[in-house]
Design a protein around this ligand. Structure first.
Ligand code: NAP
Length: 250
């Protein structure tokens, strides 16, 4: 019998190798939607969270972005399982709202420790591997209020505005090494964080959103996915709003 050549499946020209993706805070809300998008693309997705409940298929490492040793230990675990982190999404964030006059040092420092220093800790740790690979994508999840301002959120808005300076400094420092750093600035997205806002604040926001509705976590995830894609290789230091027009010009 003549030898037959086994049928070959033609290579899918759109297929690419799975990447090692780390999304902080992927057990709920926006982080969860981002993790699910990368999973659907076939990437290897990991997260660092304080409590559990991340989507199936995500490598969940219990840790705290406020603690450098915890971040380092989590990265070691992620790298051992998935390889060096190629896409980092600094998403973990908290609010502790209060009027300026009554805001304590702790209210201010604690919010900055998670939202700003926490992002710094994970980006610093990820940068080592990205520099070695000569490629990497950093996406920092900011907020419309970082540029727009918000009464009762001096701590939160300050932490989110600072992420723009962080992304742009990373861009200037590492842009020549195939690494991009961008900011996504969501508006009012329907998650646990916004459900905690008083009803009158929610209605006030709704009245000023040109789209006339709150956003979905997956709409933020789509913007993150774009910034992490090959199509966005030449986009760095940008602030991409996903806010239904709420913050235009800010
Ligand atoms: P969320 O539902 O409250 O989730 C926050 C996430 O951050 C959780 O996964 C939480 O996990 C994690 N986290 C908090 N502190 C952490 C820490 N110290 N270490 C590790 N993980 C920590 O919030 P969300 O609405 O999805 O918001 C996600 C991001 O988008 C935040 O940065 C937020 O500021 C930003 N954002 C949200 C909106 C909105 O309308 N929702 C608008 C603009 C920007 P554990 O609690 O398990 O630790």
């Amino acid at each position: 019998m003549p030898a037959t050549t086994p049928p070959t499946t033609p290579a899918d020209p759109t297929a690419r190798a799975p990447r090692s993706v780390l999304v902080t805070g992927a057990n709920r809300g926006i982080g969860r939607a981002i993790a699910e998008r990368f999973l659907a693309e076939g990437d290897r997705v990991a997260t660092i969270v304080r409590s559990g409940g991340s989507p199936e298929g995500v490598l969940e490492v219990i840790g705290d972005v406020r603690d450098t040793a915890s971040v380092d230990a989590a990265f070691a675990q992620v790298e051992a399982a998935h390889g060096p982190v190629e896409v980092l999404v600094a998403n973990a964030g908290v609010t502790r709202d209060g009027l300026l006059m009554r805001m304590t040092d702790e209210d201010f420092a604690d919010v900055l420790d998670v939202n700003l220093t926490g992002a710094f800790r994970v980006v610093r740790r990820a940068s080592t591997g990205m520099i070695r690979l000569r490629r990497g994508r950093v996406v920092l999840i900011s907020s419309v209020v970082g540029m727009y301002g918000s009464p009762g959120q001096v701590n939160y808005a300050s932490s989110k505005a600072a992420l723009v300076g962080m992304a742009r400094s990373i861009t200037r420092e590492l842009g020549g090494r195939g690494i991009t750093a961008n900011v996504v600035a969501p508006g009012f997205i329907d998650t646990d964080m916004t459900k905690a806002l008083p009803e009158d604040r929610q209605q006030a926001y709704l009245g000023s959103i040109p789209a006339g509705r709150f956003g979905h976590a997956d709409e933020v995830a789509a913007a993150v996915q774009f910034l992490a894609s090959d199509a966005a290789a030449y986009v760095s230091g940008a602030v991409l709003p996903v806010d239904g027009g709420l913050g235009m010009g800010h």
